[in-house]
Design a protein around this ligand. Structure first.
Ligand SMILES: [Zn+2]
Length: 700
């Protein structure tokens, strides 16, 4: 019983035969081997030469496979970058390390990692990353003395998927570090991201392969070659354990899935895995046993002769085991943003079972492409795997990952990579028993990906035509409501925008960003009193886990709630409360010029003399000018502040400059206002707003 429990916790179930473990080598004394971990993002095993892809150009990876052991049935546990790499470094399954998705949390500090253990043993440690998804804020940097997550700027300004480092940059950085540190034992992780979208290999790899994805892999392989050459030339080959693995595959339209993330078929779950260590690992071995990425950390520790990870689910691949094994997989990717069911899978040497509203069983021997669900015809196999999977999930030591604070740029980077929708983490909008099966909804998922591309080029009418009918079929999908409300808003179709925002908030009422959008739409509808109620409600809600933070460390959403509420009070002609909100906004973000000059404007121009403070207005407006530089509204405000302080000699040139800028920007309304004010200043009179409701100096 105890053994059975141990096996279940291990996440990999044993039933029968032994593997290559030992080979007479296991008795060797452990040495202080270096570790070179190379992870190949988005690399399907079956697109490498050593895995049988005849048109592949992967000589370096093929040579590595020939020098060590190549696993034909290696699996990731989640088809996403951050959860997969967390499993590689900790030996834990996603529920055990708590990272189920990209961007939705950071690795807990109490979970030991390979880097931390290596560092504790006096190893030099470094990681060279190629995608923002592995930025240090997600916590995989722990234990690395160098964690180089500097990303190249996008190739084109605003380019989708632009935040990545090409293989040559990653390899250059890794080699430069290795040259300085390879005289000491090291743990070095090199992450290549080239096979991820977009597929745009440089020459000569673009012309070398007819398929651009193959070209990216060939390009990446050429830089794996450089790392390998370094190890050979430095005489480190016999002292260095080389681990090469994929983090997940790519679907290419199979099962109507593009990219990776939503589904758990072998297209995205099957990965390459190669281990090389001359003298300890047999050469040219091909291992057909089912293994998982969680097995890497226990294997590394055993080869290094260090204590095993107490809680690791994975098992050392050196261990003499007597059984066939099964590997756990999951995807909760579409649960948060679409409200559809999560997927859980267990794959063994023959069968693969997927737990979902319409469960699936595949006979991988007869049907490796997973085309025919044989669940009805194989009830025993299905029942056995279902029981194993459920037992495993029941006995897992699950944890929650701490949330991570992201700034606006970071959120945008993740959204551009297609990884985050609008939902706050933990939103559970649908009764779990009623969730739809993701495999039946892939047309909707694909339409949302298309909508993201259309939004990028401003084609909002097209987005509405595409998504509106789908939203009736999947009203539980936050992503559809978010996209539709944004597009309706852009087209100033405010009733429809409001309708989708309300539908979104009915599912996820705590998303303050969308609460702010509701208030903004009400402002555009000239309903400031209703908008103020919404903004007040938003400010009472707790800060969400995915809210962007300002440079000053506050919530950007809270700041927007305040500034928009101030504008609502201006619309009502209530300048006292408007000043109060602008003051609070200034306090929340002292670095941004907008709250400062908006406050200065009211302090200079309020119709009620009791609310005016010319000295403070000048101070604030000058500070805003210093921050914002040449800006028509800022200079108009500065002129009004000088005029309020009876400094007309300074007001007039500032207003003239503002007028020129407003005309240059084609803002006729602002230009007319400034001209009117200039005439007053020329007559040595300040400008005051009329009493009663007005259109604010700035609209949201
Ligand atoms: Zn990845």
């Amino acid at each position: 019983m105890r053994r059975r429990r141990l096996i279940l916790i291990a996440g990999l179930l044993l039933v029968g035969v032994a593997i290559w473990a030992g080979q007479g080598l296991w008795g060797d004394r452990p040495a202080r081997y270096n570790v070179l971990l190379i992870t190949l993002d988005t690399t399907c095993a079956d697109r490498l030469g050593c895995y049988g892809h005849t048109v592949a150009h992967t000589p370096a990876l093929d040579a590595l496979a020939a020098s060590g052991v190549r696993f034909t049935k290696a699996y990731t546990h989640a088809p996403l970058t951050l959860p997969s790499h967390a499993s590689i470094l900790t030996g834990l399954l996603p529920p055990e390390h708590g990272l189920h998705d990209n961007g939705r949390g950071r690795l807990r500090r109490d979970l030991p990692t390979l880097a931390e253990l290596s560092s504790g043993q006096g190893y030099r440690t470094a990681a060279f990353l190629a995608s923002f998804v592995l930025d240090k804020r997600f916590g995989l940097n722990r234990g690395f003395e160098v964690y180089d997550d500097r990303m190249a700027p996008p190739r084109k300004p605003g380019d989708l998927f632009g935040m990545e480092n090409p293989a040559n940059v990653v390899a250059d950085r890794a080699l430069s570090w290795l040259e300085q540190h390879a005289d000491q034992p090291f743990f070095c992780w090199v992450h290549f991201f080239d096979p991820h979208l977009p597929y745009a290999p440089p020459e000569p790899y673009r012309s070398l392969r007819t398929d651009a994805y193959d070209g990216e892999i060939a390009f990446m392989d050429s830089h794996v070659r450089r790392l390998l050459d370094f190890v050979l030339k430095q005489g480190l080959y016999r002292k260095t354990l080389i681990v090469v693995c994929g983090d997940h595959g790519e679907a290419f339209g199979k099962h109507n899935e593009y990219g990776h993330g939503p589904l758990v078929y072998d297209t995205t779950m099957h990965v390459p895995l190669i281990l090389v260590l001359p003298g300890r690992i047999p050469k040219g071995k091909v291992e057909d046993k089912v293994v998982g990425l969680t097995d890497i950390a226990p294997t590394v520790l055993e080869l290094l002769g260090w204590a095993p990870l107490e809680k690791a689910s994975g098992r050392s691949l050196l261990a003499r085991s007597e059984g066939e094994r099964s590997c756990y997989g999951e995807s909760e990717f579409v649960m948060h943003n679409y409200g559809w069911a999560p997927l859980y899978s267990l794959v063994g040497p023959r069968w693969k079972y997927i737990e979902c509203p319409e469960p699936e069983l595949y006979d991988l021997r007869a049907d490796p492409a997973e085309q025919k669900n044989v669940l009805a015809g194989e009830p025993e196999a299905a029942a056995s795997l279902r029981a194993q999977l459920q037992g495993l999930r029941r006995t897992m030591r699950t944890v929650r990952a701490p949330t991570v604070e992201l700034d606006q740029q970071a959120l945008k980077a993740l959204r551009d990579l297609g990884y985050l929708g609008g939902a706050a983490a933990g939103a559970a909008p649908v009764d779990p028993g009623k969730r739809k099966d993701p495999k039946r909804m892939m047309d909707i998922y694909n339409a949302c990906i298309r909508a993201a591309e259309l939004a990028f080029v401003g084609r909002h009418r097209k987005i509405i035509d595409l998504l509106a009918p789908l939203s009736r079929r999947s009203p539980e999908s936050l992503e559809l409501h978010r996209r539709l409300s944004e597009s309706y808003c852009k087209l100033l179709l405010l009733d429809q925008a409001k309708q989708h925002i309300e539908a979104y908030l009915a599912l996820n009422p705590s998303d303050r960003g969308v609460v702010t959008n509701l208030g903004s739409v009400l402002l555009l509808m000239r309903k400031p009193s209703e908008a103020i109620k919404v903004f007040r409600h938003g400010l009472r809600l707790p800060q969400g886990p995915l809210e962007p933070v300002t440079d000053a460390g506050g919530s950007e959403v809270a700041l927007r709630l305040r500034t928009h509420m101030a504008v609502a009070y201006e619309q009502l002609g209530k300048f006292g409360p408007a000043i109060e909100q602008w003051r609070l906004a200034c306090k929340a973000d002292p670095t941004s010029p907008l709250p400062a000059y908006s406050l200065a404007w009211l302090l200079a121009t309020s119709p009620d003399p009791k609310l005016r403070d010319a000295q403070e207005a000048v101070k604030l407006a000058e500070a805003a000018r210093d921050k914002a530089g040449e800006d028509a509204r800022v200079l108009d405000t500065l002129a009004a502040a000088y005029a309020a302080a009876a400094r007309f000699g300074e007001a007039i040139p500032a207003a003239r400059k503002a007028l020129g800028l407003a005309r240059k920007a084609g803002d006729a309304r602002l230009a007319a206002g400034i001209q009117e004010r200039l005439a007053l200043y020329a007559a040595s009179k300040p400008y005051h707003l009329p009493r009663g409701p007005v259109v604010g100096h700035d609209s949201p």
